[in-house]
Design a protein around this ligand. Sequence first.
Ligand code: 2PG
Ligand code: MG
Length: 433
Amino acid sequence: MKTTITAVRARQVWDSRGRPTVEAEVALAGGATGRACAPAGASRGAHEAHELRDGGARFGGLGVDRAVAGVNGEIAAALAGADAADQAALDARLEALDGTPNLGRLGGNATVAVSLAALHAAAAAEGLPLWAHLAQGRKVRVPLPEIQIFGGGAHAGRRTDVQDFMVMVPKADSVREALEVTADVFHAAGRLMAETGRLAGAADEGGWWPAFDSNEDALQALTQSIERSGHRPGEDVFISLDIAANELDVGGGRYRLGLETRELSTAEMVEQVADWVRRYPILSIEDPVSQDDLDGFGQATRAYGDRVQLIGDDILVTSAERVRRAAAAGAGNAVLVKVNQAGLVSRAKAALDAARALGWGAIVSARSGETEDVSIAHLATGWDAGQIKVGSFARSERMAKWNELLRIEEAMGADAVFAGPSAFAPSVAAGLA
Ligand code: 2PG
Ligand code: MG
């Protein structure tokens, strides 16, 4: 069979933070090959697939020699002869080989690189771009981006408590237009920051590293940047926040806003965000509470989930089971899908399918540590996820994904449909009409 795996190998490459990561290659009997890199998060959920690092002094303990050796040894042996076109069986083999629920023995960084590389190889064997291989002839939408303007939290020395200040352009006609509007806002924000002496560099995902006095200050500056860019906040351009509240959790149901030297209870945290939602053109909120606070996530959903997208990242960790559990508790209306958080392509797809079955939104997301790998542009499109999150509008590991989306949209030609408001859960989409 032309899709039979003949070889699997891995090497250490470097990510956008200059840290080692795993790159895998899969070769098939018919001559096709696929290649993929594992990304790496900084603000991680405890329930994610385990990232296998070497520890010790070398590279600050972040070496991936063991993960690479696992691919070149055990994984290569176990996958020889497997069918790359049967992703579910291949991922099940990896799961069984690892033998732990969180892929802790071989490492989610090893398994995700291999799982994705096999997917690329299967697409190549069909002679199709990955998005078209995944779409299997079905009509799929070009995803709506959320794009970071200011980076904070764990990605910028905790210069703001909120991690990502992003924008969305849901009423654009195409991803091309959405990116052009975002470029205007990104540069207007840079100019505003420079003029007011608040520009302090670039954050991990390419956003402006700001020197703000409060989180509110950042919201004001972002709204002002949208206005200055010539676009209309709350009409053309909306704000999306990743609070990444896990990073603010100081235990005992308390959240610390370090920038403002305030400590909030879960109820106060929910109210703080509700207050921002009332006063700023906010369309989407990610992780307003900590990873195990399903109750708090439910409180947030009851407070503003009828008009605002409420995304679970660290709380759902790309797990179908956690998505269903959250929905049963009335918590959330969208899932962030990070393939490396799940550790396998099939597990990530299952989380997305669970969300879709519930009428939720789904956002395929990059990590703060990325490479030139553009797989997620294809996954977000081919899986018809509706939304994509890549980081900011600078640095080539980010721009590579945006540029790939432009190529995909162009390849679809007159058939291309931009997801726009259809990307959201119905009540959120209704608010945009
Ligand atoms: C997140 C991601 C991307 P990290 O929290 O959504 O912004 O960050 O990869 O560090 O988990
Ligand atoms: Mg997040």
